[in-house]
Design a protein around this ligand. Sequence first.
Ligand code: FES
Length: 130
Amino acid sequence: MSPFRRERPPVCLGPLASLPEDVPTRVATSPPVAILRHGDTVHVFEDRCPHAGAILSRGTLTNEHLTCPAHKATFELATGRSTGRLPCRPLHTYTSWLQDGLLYHSPTPRPTRKAQKSPCPNPTPPLDSP
Ligand code: FES
């Protein structure tokens, strides 16, 4: 057995022209992904909600944020970040590109950025301050 890991090949998702605009579309890859085409922007993301596994492509789209049809967790599709009131791990998102009219995506999810801590709006002064 080789000590080197092999890169998995890119996954072909078919012709970009066949994708509807602004409608999340499920593709039966392994694991299944969903594609959202919005103008020249394409988002490819896991089609399984990290909360309890509902099919996200059946969710509701609002300004490139997708709301899960089951318990209403919300995700920003550009980053995968959970943005709703139900906290979830970030959605796996994938790098995609066009080649000869066909859409491909990397089989490896993009690394997710850790949530930044927001500064406290009313910081409590230290106890020993005057
Ligand atoms: S399965 Fe998506 S929010 Fe619960």
